[in-house]
Design a protein around this ligand. Sequence first.
Ligand SMILES: Cc1cc2nc3c(=O)[nH]c(=O)nc-3n(C[C@H](O)[C@H](O)[C@H](O)COP(=O)(O)O)c2cc1C
Length: 152
Amino acid sequence: MQNLIAKAITHGVYIITAQASGKKNGMTAAWVSQVSFNPPLIMVAIAPARFTHGLIKASGFFAINTLSEDQVELAKYFGTHSGKDVDKFSTIPYIEAGSGSPVLKEAMAYVECKLVNAFGAGDHTLFIGEVLEGEILRPDKQPLIFSWNRFF
Ligand SMILES: Cc1cc2nc3c(=O)[nH]c(=O)nc-3n(C[C@H](O)[C@H](O)[C@H](O)COP(=O)(O)O)c2cc1C
């Protein structure tokens, strides 16, 4: 079933970032979607075991950093290491958005969200964020796509 869904549903690729109690972290996520125009709401599905999960709950804010098609290595790095073990931002240039979430300087775009709701859904939590601010940082780039368990 999972193989079928992975091939049937296509995603963008994002680094979800958050900062709480002086700890900053980011993780790769593909399960991200806008869910409302007015107010502007975005959903990210994050498993409770992720280090990022606790940071979002603690801070009440998160940023969604959009990766471009030439950033597969960044997607793999943030998606295969945990902030429980390594400081992923020790080698990654970043700035901080208005509410403190790290923004990758190399991201194609970002939005920072205020957490407005969280729902358990199977083995993931759906965090719903209202968009506070954002910027297209590299308008010349094309987005990275995740489909058929591969990057495009
Ligand atoms: C392409 C890709 C997409 C991913 N999408 C998600 C996702 O949508 N939700 C999720 O919880 N984990 C997802 N992951 C797994 C996390 O990125 C991975 O477990 C990460 O190491 C968690 O980091 P953290 O513990 O520092 O938060 C994805 C990984 C990859 C490589």
